[in-house]
Structure formats: structure tokens, C-alpha cells
Design a protein around this ligand. Structure first.
Ligand code: FAD
Length: 462
């Protein structure tokens, strides 16, 4: 039987005056804003949307790029927020005549170029404003609260709490808290110039930061610390689509990666490049992941994830070349190891030769943080049985549209979006995947609301 949310009244006279369907989005990073765009475009009935985030402004460049000048590592053609219009971002750039410092544009054209996080942020912001303006029947509230708890009951629906403050009730909740609450670090701001700056992290963000420190003369030398020793690989000069071989795809971790290595070697030898093979592999990664045992997923996390990430999150070729020139010239030194502690004069580093103090005028931490399931919000979600941790502890178990696999009946309206679902959906931390998921979730919600209103109409009069 379809469970009716609290505001769906059983009394016909109340049905005339019922309140709007209430939706909360917790987090206003890229995932939260994208989810809002998808809901505004898809959900047909009027609704009341409340978006929570202590960040005062709707500022996507902070979330997507940390610093407005950071170059995104996806090409323009892969950054549309409209799954039905793949070149929407490219068209926006053309209409706005904004290309800024686009990298690679002259060589390969606008679609294949790389632009700054600031431009992408402006685009997403504009699409959000347009979606909002087109829905005069939707009430939208932006609230600066930190959500500290979530509970659910059949009678009252979801209730969000905010520290000591009063609770608020909702029919549906979208968790879009990504990498958690941000500390107000000085990252992105100019610090004093130094002889040696330590940058911690192995991803595109760490490389971008290291290159900018050198380019802006904020560091004469950068020590880049990668726990795995890997650094991001390069995009192909021209974009390549997914290449998928005819061979049956292996169903084990070992088999799949052997297959990937062989196919990449062949592609490199014939000049087509491994990137297309990797793109093809990613398109099958979801099915492979569903087939892996918990043990194999754990093995992936421990032994394969770092190298997988270094091949999926790629650098624009120009940046890749700059990085390797800087390493060859001695301006960047790569160290493989773990940072045990960050101090004011450097870091305590644990490398193959043991513990060492690396002196530095500054340390910049660019490590990506996993979802913090120990935060008060997630402790309450897990305690109430509204969601489950995935087996490799990367986040929450979700289906393709982000719905959590919850225990109690009737809590169908809880979604954990974007990077929160990384343990269930490979690559769900990337813009194209988040866009598809956000729109699928909006369709699921629209269907559910429709189902609920039919159930309500069928209720006998009291
Ligand atoms: C430097 C960088 C470059 C990137 N470049 C690309 C790219 O080129 N292509 C690509 O596909 N992907 C890229 N990504 C990845 C992708 O954009 C991210 O995965 C995505 O931005 C994640 O967004 P999010 O909104 O889920 O999380 P976040 O950005 O972490 O936002 C979460 C928000 O939730 C809020 N929040 C957290 N907890 C609470 C709470 N309890 N109550 C209220 N609010 C809360 C936080 O304040 C925050 O604003 C990049 C990421 C980074 C960091």
C-alpha cells in the first residue's frame, strides 16, 4: 500500500486546503543546486523547496573548483546540466561570449576546451535562476542552517533538526552534503611566498594548486605528496568517445583490469590512445561493480582505486605537460608517502625510508575527504535505519537515482545524491553522472507524488 505523507489528508474537506508537498535539499554545492534545477524542471505539481547550507551564498565555484581560477578537468562538452541537451554549456558560452582563459580552444574548438570553475559556476547559477523563474507555483527558501539530525515517522514524514533549534517537517529529503562542512581554510587565497611549499594530495586539485603556486611566484619549489605515488594522467589531445570491444566483459576485478590493460596496450600501439578504452571501461563500471563481492570491492578500494582515479580524473594535456616539465626542471618534487601531521613549519612525513620532517613555509592540504558518516547528521540517519553504509565504507547504499535502501516502510522519499553514493555507483562524484542522477531522481519523485495523489483520491470519505 502506498504510504501517504503527513500533509495528504484523509479528510476530503482538508484536501481542498492542504499544504504544499515539502522537499528539503541539504547542501547547496553543485549536487544540491543541480538537484534543485532537475526538480524545478521535472516535478509537475507545485511544491515547497527548502535548501539548507551554512555557506551564505549559492556559490558553486567554491564547491566545484575551490578557487574560481581553477581549471576544470572535464571538457566543456561534458559539463551540460541538461541531460537532453549535451551542448548546453557550450551554447551558453557562445551566447554569453565568455570563454575566458579557456585552454585548448584554439587547437580543438570550444566543445573540447577546458574552462575555469568560475565560468562553470556562472552557467549553473544562471540555469538555476531560469528554472526558478519559470516556476511561480514553487516556493523556494534558502536557509543558512547546518542540519544535525534526520528522523522519520509514518505520521509526520521526515523531520530535520538543527542543533538545539526546532525541527522542520518534510515529505522528501535530498542529502547533497558531498565532502561535508567546509572549514574556512586559507586555500585559494594568496599566502606569503615561500622557498618550499608542501602540497598534499594526488588529484587534479593538488596538481592545479602546485602549478598555480609556481606560476604566481608564491613558491620557488613545491613538494607534492601523493600517498599512492600516482598523479593524474593526461586527456587525449582531441576528445575520444568510449571505445567498447566486442569481447565479453570479465566479471571479476582481476579479469576486468587485465582486460583493460590489454585493450589499452593495443590502443596505444595503434595510436588511438588508452583514453577511449578507459572511457569505454567506465561505461561498464556500474554493471561490473554490482557483480563484485564485498571482498573484491574492498580489494578495489585498497589496491586499485588510486590508479583507477589517476586514469579517470585526467589533466588537460597542456597542464599535464607543465606538470612533467616542472618535475623534470626540479621545480616540483614528487614524494610518495603519508602525511602524519601538518605543523606550522612543515609536515611530518612517513615515506618508504620511515618518518621524516619536510620543512616548508606552508602546507596546502588538497586531499579529497570521503563522506563523513560520523557527523551528527549521518549518525542520526544510520541510527534511525534510514540508510545503510556501503560495504567498503565510501558512503551510503543508493540505487541509480540516489534513493537510499532504508529499513522502515514509508521512508521512500530519502535520497543521497552525488558523492554520497560512491560505494554503490562508480564515478558518481563527476558532473555528467550527477546530472543524470539528479534528473532520474526528479522523475522518480514526480512519479511518486503522482502515485500518492491517486492513492489519496481513492481514500474513502470519513
Ligand atoms: C577542484 C575540483 C575540480 C573539479 N573538477 C571537476 C570537473 O572538471 N569535472 C567533473 O565532472 N567533476 C569535477 N569535480 C568533482 C565534482 O564537481 C564534485 O564531485 C562535486 O562538486 C561535488 O559536489 P557536492 O555538491 O556533492 O559536494 P560539496 O561541493 O562538498 O558541497 C556540499 C555542500 O553541503 C554543505 N553541507 C555539508 N554538510 C551539511 C549539513 N550537515 N547541513 C547543511 N549543509 C551541509 C556544505 O557546506 C557544502 O556547501 C571537481 C571537484 C573539485 C574539488
Amino acid at each position: 500500500m502506498t504510504q501517504l505523507p503527513s500533509h495528504f489528508s484523509r479528510r476530503p474537506q482538508d484536501r481542498q486546503t492542504r499544504s504544499l508537498f515539502k522537499v528539503a535539499i541539504v547542501g547547496r554545492g553543485f549536487t544540491g543546486i543541480l538537484t534543485a534545477i532537475a526538480l524545478l524542471r521535472t516535478v509537475k505539481r507545485p511544491f515547497h523547496l527548502v535548501m539548507y547550507d551554512p555557506q551564505q551564498t549559492v556559490d558553486i565555484s567554491r564547491s566545484v573548483s575551490q578557487s574560481a581560477t581553477t581549471l576544470l578537468n572535464s571538457r566543456v562538452r561534458d559539463l551540460s546540466v541538461d541531460p537532453g541537451v549535451r551542448d548546453d554549456f557550450s551554447r551558453w558560452l557562445e551566447a554569453e561570449q565568455k570563454l575566458g582563459e579557456a585552454v585548448g580552444c584554439e587547437r580543438t574548438g570550444r566543445d573540447q576546451s577546458f574552462v575555469s570553475g568560475e565560468l562553470f559556476s556562472q552557467y549553473v547559477h544562471q540555469r538555476f535562476s531560469e528554472a526558478l523563474q519559470s516556476r511561480t507555483d514553487v516556493v523556494v527558501q534558502i536557509c543558512p542552517e547546518i542540519v544535525t539530525g534526520l528522523d522519520h515517522s509514518e505520521e509526520l514524514g521526515f523531520s530535520l533538526s538543527f542543533g538545539e533549534r526546532q525541527n522542520a517537517r518534510f515529505d522528501t529529503v535530498f542529502l547533497a552534503t558531498g565532502y561535508g562542512l567546509r572549514e574556512n581554510t586559507a586555500e585559494g587565497q594568496a599566502g606569503p611566498a615561500g622557498d618550499n611549499v608542501v602540497v598534499i594530495g594526488a588529484g587534479v586539485r593538488a596538481v592545479d594548486r602546485a602549478l598555480r603556486l609556481l606560476a604566481n611566484s608564491q613558491a620557488r619549489h613545491v613538494t607534492l605528496i601523493s600517498a599512492s605515488g600516482f598523479l593524474p594522467q593526461s586527456h587525449a589531445r582531441s576528445a575520444v568517445g568510449p571505445i567498447v570491444s566486442e569481447e565479453p566483459f570479465p566479471r571479476t576485478l582481476r579479469g576486468a583490469f587485465r582486460h583493460l590493460r590489454r585493450a589499452a596496450e593495443v590502443a596505444n600501439a595503434d595510436g588511438s590512445g588508452w583514453q577511449g578504452i578507459m572511457n569505454g571501461f567506465r561505461s561498464r563500471a556500474h554493471d561490473l561493480w554490482q557483480e563484485l563481492s564485498a571482498e573484491e570491492r574492498g580489494r578495489f578500494k585498497r589496491h586499485v582505486r588510486a590508479i583507477y582515479d589517476s586514469h579517470r580524473n585526467r589533466l588537460p594535456p597542456e597542464h599535464f605537460e607543465r606538470l612533467h616539465r616542472a618535475i623534470a626542471d626540479g621545480a616540483i618534487t614528487l614524494r610518495k608517502g603519508k602525511v602524519e601531521r601538518i605543523a606550522s613549519n612543515g609536515v611530518l612525513f612517513s615515506g618508504p625510508a620511515g618518518l621524516e620532517v619536510l620543512y616548508a613555509s606552508r602546507a596546502v592540504d588538497c586531499r579529497s575527504r570521503p563522506t563523513d558518516l560520523e557527523s551528527p547528521l549521518y549518525r542520526s540517519v544510520l541510527r534511525a535505519g534510514l540508510a545503510r553504509r556501503d560495504v567498503v565504507d565510501l558512503g551510503i547504499v543508493v540505487d541509480r537515482c540516489g534513493r537510499t535502501a532504508s529499513e522502515p516502510q514509508g521512508s521512500k522519499g530519502l535520497f543521497a545524491m552525488g558523492p554520497l553514493g560512491l560505494g554503490s555507483l562508480p564515478d558518481i562524484d563527476l558532473v555528467p553522472e550527477i546530472v543524470i542522477q539528479g534528473h532520474a531522481a526528479a522523475v522518480a519523485l514526480d512519479n511518486w507524488i503522482h502515485e500518492l495523489s491517486l492513492a489519496e483520491q481513492r481514500l474513502p470519505d470519513e
